[in-house]
Design a protein around this ligand. Sequence first.
Ligand code: 2P0
Length: 336
Amino acid sequence: MPASPRELDAPAAASARAGANFALIKYWGKRDVALNLPDVGSISLTLEALHTETTVRFDPTLAADELVLDGEPAPERAPRISTFLDVVRERAGVRAFARVETANNFPTAAGLASSASGFAALTVAAAAALEQDWDERTLSELARIGSGSAARSIFGGFVEMKRGRYRTGSDSVAKPIADARHWPLQVAVAITTRAEKAVGSTEGMQRTAETSPFYRAWVENQENDLAEARDAIANKDFEHLAEVSEGSALAMHGLAMSARPGLLYFNATTMECLHRIRALRADGVPVFFTVDAGPQVKAICESVALPTVRDALRDVDGVLDVVESGLGPGAALYAP
Ligand code: 2P0
């Protein structure tokens, strides 16, 4: 029997920062919905310029968990945070509600995966506030319960998320493959709309797994893509990484389109950007694309190509803005 939870005598707080990440080899589909266990592994880049800062304060006088997002109370998003904090409280053996203040330095609605950096920052901050000396593997496992992609933002640079085999999820964790200095790629994100996406990733993945006739083929092919991407990263083989990453992104979107009803995350500007990036690469510019569950386009390039890529994307009709970032570090505490 676990010991009964400890009451806090006084408030306990900590702050952490985590970079956003996006996958080159995509996560799409879960083998367990409650624990966010992925049906496929994934490989991602953690970003430097786009991050979330989160302060969590466990306070014995609070009657419920509270959430402040970008300076505004956000009670509609609090239940997801509360469910996650219940897991943290249970592991830490502590009973106290918390006030979570979290801010992104990029628009939450812009489709730049704020759940990944958000849950990674919250995990690291909550562990420190409750004086839990959890290792990075455990932090990654916990962050995954908040959001599948958050497991990856615990680490910096190039990161691989493991599918895992255990039903508990103890082996469904991320691990670093190479740090940002190994291959300092740059990213330019073309913002094509500021509207919230129509169907969130969680729902989109479920619909795909339940209704696409191609879902098993997607799962079976993933190990090949992961192995190719690992090799390309180890060898800094840009052309090879471009081919396997674009292939994974297009396969994910093709798969999502084959769900019933089909999921359409691209808009016309998204497609224009993809053609523009392919044309640049055909002209010898080292750049490739990826697209997540929304219409923004991420262009990944060698640093020498960044000005060319940025200007080309700005020039596409319908592109509202281009946000740039290098690769960044993993989630860490900071003094606010
Ligand atoms: C990825 N995405 O690998 C994929 C590709 C979006 C498209 O991980 O339900 O917000 O919380 O596990 O992590 C976004 O999915 O989904 C995502 P949940 P999450 O980056």
